[in-house]
Design a protein around this ligand. Sequence first.
Ligand SMILES: Cc1cc2nc3c(=O)[nH]c(=O)nc-3n(C[C@H](O)[C@H](O)[C@H](O)COP(=O)(O)OP(=O)(O)OC[C@H]3O[C@@H](n4cnc5c(N)ncnc54)[C@H](O)[C@@H]3O)c2cc1C
Length: 417
Amino acid sequence: MVNEMKSIAVVGGGAGGLIFANTMAKEMSDDIRSGRLKIRIFDGSVHHEFQPGYLSVAFKGKNPATMRKYLSELVLPDVELIPENCSRVDIDNKYVVTEKTGKKFGFDEVIIATGSRPDYSQIPGLSQANHDFHTSASASAELFKRLEKIRWGRIVTGIAGLPYKCPPSPNESAFLLEEYFVRKKLRKDVKITFITPFLRSYSNETVNSVIEPMLKERNIEIITGFNLESVDPEKELLTSMEGESVPYDTLLLVPPHSGAPIFKGVEYADEDGWIKTDKYDLHVADYENAFAIGDATDLPISKAGVEAHLEAVVVAKNMISQMQGTGERYEFTGRLQCSMETGYHQATFVIGTYDRPIERIQPSLYNYFQKKLMERIYWASLKGGYEWLFKWHFGEDYYRKSGKEKPPMQTPKVQNV
Ligand SMILES: Cc1cc2nc3c(=O)[nH]c(=O)nc-3n(C[C@H](O)[C@H](O)[C@H](O)COP(=O)(O)OP(=O)(O)OC[C@H]3O[C@@H](n4cnc5c(N)ncnc54)[C@H](O)[C@@H]3O)c2cc1C
């Protein structure tokens, strides 16, 4: 039971923010209903979208409407949704300010869960030339319409810049394009090129050893070490920082991402706006009452929904145990899990933790079904549903009990994607 009135502000109602807020609401409903605890979630989006589904919309023509739900439908009744973005998060003085109405809301604890977004401003010409499967379900539907008109030519897909969310998604696009044009019986007339700034097709060597031979077998051209500098939409030409040029007829690159612009220049974020976050208990910089989860953090792991989910659980569990006075503390294990569809109803996963290197996993139909299962249970999981299944699936990686002492602040060192 909460002794003093407490107020929690959750900035961002995406995967991480919703799972955190709804988990708290489920566990602490008595305190909320008796007015001892208030949970507010701030987000100006009308809808929340299932972002992994963008690939099915872009490359398989799935209806984009099936990938979105009203945000208000995903927030449990005990959580108050403030349908506005925040323009400021002042942790020292414990308040947030909303963007449109300029209202000020105080908090005792704040969770920053503002995600990441494509940032086209970093590469001249990219926004005019690109067809995008990373921004929205409707942009992905436009891309599918474009694919349907293609009869020949060169399609260039891959990575326009770092970082970006869901590290396997550019490789997936190459696999799904190949499958699409084989099924359309146009494959011999359509050249597919995959560009990447890394020195192999996938940044991690183990994953690369599984997928690079498959890309080659399917006659997908791979250009590594290509750091895109600019795009000339008129000449339909990519130029790299190394001075290499690649022509295209259709371009569908994953743009570099950035954090929410409101964090540029704040002292608890790095120069790109990523929140300085403890890799274990997820507190922000040296604040005890601020936490960051999901893509918004500067953690040395991939930006993906699974991480946002498990981080939300850790922060919620620590807050609940603090409020209930149990003294238990929990840590995030760094578990990452990104699925990679490799076409023809096969998929592999990129799985690892802070302590375990990424595993070698052969593509299989079973993995593909696991990915499809996630699509089925996603909406319920945002409300805290199926947590027993996630706990079972992730096992000892779900969270780690860290005893009763607060772990020391850790500085991220390696990027494990
Ligand atoms: C094509 C694609 C495929 C993917 N595939 C996978 C996959 O297979 N597996 C996987 O685990 N992940 C996958 N992901 C990544 C996954 O969707 C994201 O990593 C996940 O949604 C991150 O959760 P989040 O809560 O950090 O951010 P989000 O879910 O993006 O939510 C952020 C929220 O913050 C809000 N916000 C932003 N600024 C403000 C502000 N100033 N004030 C208030 N609110 C704000 C936004 O409106 C948004 O609702 C994929 C993503 C894409 C694009």
